[in-house]
Ligand binder design. Structure first.
Ligand SMILES: [Zn+2]
Length: 135
């Protein structure tokens, strides 16, 4: 999938992949320290992150900082507006990846919209899935 993205002229960054229990604990503690009110919808408790499965990736884009207007920003819901975010929303399912936390699905998923977070579930499970890019 990465090779196909690069062949399409994109520059997908992988910001996060596998995380150990202790790495997730550090992330969870950081979110609880910085945003205690929203930590539960922004980060998974240690032992509950899809990143601990080793099948989940967080993607970044070189376009994000300009779109958001914040230098060096890595994660923002505006990722869906980047060329990499648009390509992933339209094509990731062809490679067996699915967006874990779509927009408007917080009641189902328990997490805020994360257009950068894709989990590999296998192509056979997503035969006719089409994930629409938010407009
Ligand atoms: Zn993630």
């Amino acid at each position: 999938m990465i090779a196909d993205m690069q062949n399409a002229g994109l520059q997908p960054w992988i910001l996060s992949g596998y995380r150990s229990y202790s790495a997730q604990a550090i992330s969870w503690e950081k979110w609880n320290r910085e945003e205690p009110e929203r930590a539960a919808i922004l980060s998974a408790r240690p032992g509950h992150s899809e990143h601990q499965l080793g099948t989940t990736l967080d993607f970044g884009s070189p376009e994000l900082a300009e779109i958001v207007g914040i230098e060096d920003i890595e994660f923002h819901t505006y990722f869906y507006q980047t060329s990499e975010g648009i390509w992933l929303a339209e094509n990731a399912h062809r490679y067996g990846f699915t967006l874990s936390y779509p927009r408007g699905a917080q009641e189902l998923t328990g997490f805020f919209y994360e257009p950068w977070h894709y989990r590999y579930v296998g192509e056979k499970w997503l035969p006719s899935c089409t994930i629409q890019a938010p407009t």
